[in-house]
Write a protein that binds this ligand. Structure first.
Ligand code: ADP
Length: 492
């Protein structure tokens, strides 16, 4: 028999965290990004009235990607007039099946340009290309396909009711899923027969502007969709414009409250999808490795820039030690870095402001007595980055447990009984989502029926589908998007 020496020994099967993948960056050669973008109003790109532009930057490199127009009141007014005109003269009069054809066309062009859109999403927002390629862009197309199908079946969607659109919808979206949020908003609005003025977030306007090009290329009648860029003031001008019939907002709870106040007493309808502080609950009988992977996906997916992120973990005492050890091991293997690299798990934080917010809450967490554990990974010298972070020894009252960090930071607590964990999980001003990990179906039903949250995942996390409604309780918002609920929000 051959003697086994060090040289001819089989490679160790032991898990070795020292190896690294070779870089595998997505090529940007075929991506066309203009130096400057104007406002998409009435089917054309037009200059902002005051001639003001702002920079949109690549958060992984801190370089300017393009200049983008800042819409003032006059521009909002032009966009709303164009939408009203298109609603009165064209879109509300068009046979519903024809409307559907336009929406299908948008869906197909998104699919055709999927690669380009994914790259731009990752460049502008910092999210890993794997996510924009596999989640954001396919789901955006899926929403247009799904709602296109409803356009000529509205009377079947709501039996016994005569479905009628609301008119002009003002839509304001955040920076965490820029193209997908635009699809969530625009697709049901158009299918229901409304016209739209949409404003993307100021740090991620590029895929919405690409969508404007797609809408133009799909030959949508001018004014049916208007896409204008700018920051909070532009958003407020949309909210307060008297020509708007419905506001759909996704963003922070603070801004949601401002919007709700300014809409009180008006006839405008509104839906608000706001913050979250989701509880992920692991019971002792759960498939632990599957649960650990789900927890990792729930909080580190998109750098934790997800309103439904599973940012609080409740783990039953008997398995707490094991789960925490496995989580520590797993974050050590997460690859943090270039969003365009196909190996990357955690990309760049969206902006310096967001990075500062994460840093300040984490500091508060440490000062409050929490025990922090971070991955030992190194971070690129330029750009906005934050290491995957775990907190143990936190209290229900800790700010890191109560407040939305919107970053890759997980607060871990333990529990003994089902009643205790329900009480703890519901002890939050938010109620957007949650997760339950257990082998027992009955426990899933018991816990999920008692959690005050709009979406509960069982033995999985962060799964989305256009047919499924999404939205929150309490300070997480009002109304639902997705599915028939999402369509209903755009109808009289
Ligand atoms: P975040 O804290 O996640 O950046 P924001 O709520 O500040 O979320 O932003 C979400 C969207 O709301 C962005 O498009 C932003 O420009 C817009 N926005 C900010 N302030 C206001 C406001 N006062 N009225 C309307 N829209 C606003």
């Amino acid at each position: 028999m051959k003697k086994v020496t060090k040289k001819n020994a089989a490679p160790s099967l032991q898990f070795n965290t020292n190896w690294q993948y070779d870089p595998s960056p997505e090529s940007t050669d075929h991506v066309v990004i203009d130096k400057q973008y104007d406002l998409f109003i009435n089917g054309k790109f037009v200059k902002p009235t005051k001639g003001k532009y702002f920079d949109t930057i690549n958060p992984a490199r801190e370089t300017v990607i393009a200049k983008v127009a800042e819409a003032g009141r006059e521009d909002v007014d032009k966009a709303v007039s164009a939408a009203r005109n298109a609603y009165d003269k064209v879109w509300s009069k068009m046979p519903a099946a024809e409307r559907g054809k336009y929406i299908y066309r948008i869906a197909r062009i998104i699919q055709e340009r999927a690669r380009e859109l994914s790259i731009i999403e990752s460049m502008d927002g910092g999210k890993p290309i794997r996510e924009s390629r596999d989640i954001d862009v396919p789901l955006a197309a899926a929403h247009f396909f799904y709602y296109a199908g409803w356009a000529d079946k509205l009377d079947f969607a709501f039996p016994g009711k005569k479905a009628a659109p609301l008119g002009v919808a003002g839509q304001i979206i955040p920076w965490n899923f820029p193209l997908l949020m635009a699809a969530w908003k625009i697709a049901p609005a158009l299918a229901a027969g409304n016209t739209v003025v949409l404003k993307p977030a100021e740090t991620t306007p590029l895929t919405a502007l690409k969508l404007a090009e797609i809408i133009r290329d799909a030959d949508l009648p001018p004014g049916v969709v208007n896409i204008i860029t700018g920051a909070g003031e532009t958003g407020a001008a949309i909210v307060n414009h008297p020509g708007i019939n419905k506001i759909a907002f996704t963003g922070s709870t603070d801004v949601g409250k401002i919007i709700q106040k300014s809409l009180a007493g008006t006839s405008k309808k509104y839906t608000l999808e706001l913050g979250g502080k989701a509880a992920n609950i692991i019971f002792e009988d759960a498939a632990i490795d599957q649960a650990v992977e789900g927890i990792i996906n729930g909080i580190f997916f998109n750098q934790g820039h997800v309103c439904c992120a599973g940012s609080r973990l409740f783990v039953q005492e008997g398995v707490a030690k094991t789960v925490i050890k496995k989580l520590k091991d797993r974050i050590e293997t997460l690859i943090v870095g270039d969003p365009l690299d196909k190996n990357t798990d955690i990309g760049a934080i969206n902006s310096r402001a967001q990075l500062n917010k994460i840093k300040s809450l984490v500091k508060i967490g440490v000062n409050e007595g929490g025990t922090m554990h971070q991955s030992s990974c190194s971070l690129p010298a330029k750009g906005f980055w934050f290491k995957p972070t775990l907190f143990t020894d936190v209290a229900q009252s800790s700010r890191i447990v109560q407040e939305e960090v919107f970053g890759p930071v997980l607060a871990i607590q333990t529990f003994r009984t089902v009643e205790e964990v329900i009480e703890k999980a519901n002890n939050t001003p938010y109620g957007l989502s949650g997760g339950v990990w257990t082998d027992k179906g009955s426990k899933v039903f018991k816990v999920s029926s008692k959690l005050r949250a709009g979406v509960i995942w069982a033995n999985t996390y962060n799964k989305f589908d256009p047919t499924s409604p999404f939205g929150g309780y309490k300070e997480s918002g009002l109304g639902r998007e997705g599915g028939l609920h999402g369509l209903y929000a755009y109808m009289k």
